[in-house]
Write a protein that binds this ligand. Sequence first.
Ligand code: URA
Length: 239
Amino acid sequence: MERLQKVIAAYGYTSRRKAEELIKKQKVMVNGKIVTELGSKVSEHDIISIDGVIINKDVKHEYYILNKPRRVISSATDEAGRITVVDLIDTDARIYPIGRLDYDTTGLILLTNDGEFANTLMHPSMEIEKTYMAKIDKILTKEDILALKKGITVDKRKVEIRHFKVKKKDLEKGTSIVEITIIEGRNHIVKKIFKELGINVLKLSRVSYGFLDIKNLKSGEYRNLTIKEIKKLYASAKK
Ligand code: URA
């Protein structure tokens, strides 16, 4: 069971905040009855309608993996009119990204119109490993590497770093390319980890998400997830 406004947003109908307004305006019905309470919970079997139109009937679920380019926003719509990850995918379904990558971050992002799938993957208990390649403005010292391997505290919460490796060093420019694997999904988390050590991330790309990677996708390219991949992602959630 999930909160009604969250489910409406998960179907891609509108944002959670706007869904709350619609509920307050008594425009939302669940199983034919007007709902006025914001905290109401619904299940996937409940029929939700807005202004008399059912929003969750015959929804065919779609699942995509995209290699997000830079200067693309990770949301379904953008008030500033910037290109979104959804704009890059040729579908009429109301899909949205699962989690976020920053505007200037590239790499692997999943999109779907399946709210249950998205919520499952984003749940912290899932512990999906995400690997990033980062270009940073420092040649790391032994102490830096030790600190990273121990885990860095960001906003009073320790980030578990599952794997860390320096891949390249440019001694002249004083920059390095590093690979870092975390299970966290907090916004800007990789940049914040390095910020704690006084280091700036110059470039960032997510190269893998669990068992998925983007080796076969060029920037801006996408494909459907296979049934096998979807099942495998769900299976890792049930553990
Ligand atoms: N961490 C960041 O700092 N940015 C991203 O886009 C993803 C993870």
